[in-house]
Design a protein around this ligand. Sequence first.
Ligand code: SF4
Length: 81
Amino acid sequence: MRLVVDLNRCQGYAQCAFLAPDVFALYGEESLVYDPHPGEEPRERLARAVAACPVQAITAEGLDDPGDPSAGAGRGTSRGG
Ligand code: SF4
């Protein structure tokens, strides 16, 4: 997964830092720093952070891709019998 934040668009609302503090952090009033390759952060939280940004400054590549083979596979769902 790859994260990109359009810092020209970001207004420092800190919604993302509130929802995914391991990935986004604000320094000062408007300086956002973030991890562009958030390996261990749960996708659900990242998805919420992306959705919560009031100015849609966050782009997450691979967030909606459940079939991403590099995202840690191996969880089978077949059970029973
Ligand atoms: S939620 Fe959006 S505007 Fe607010 S700090 Fe994060 S990227 Fe910037």
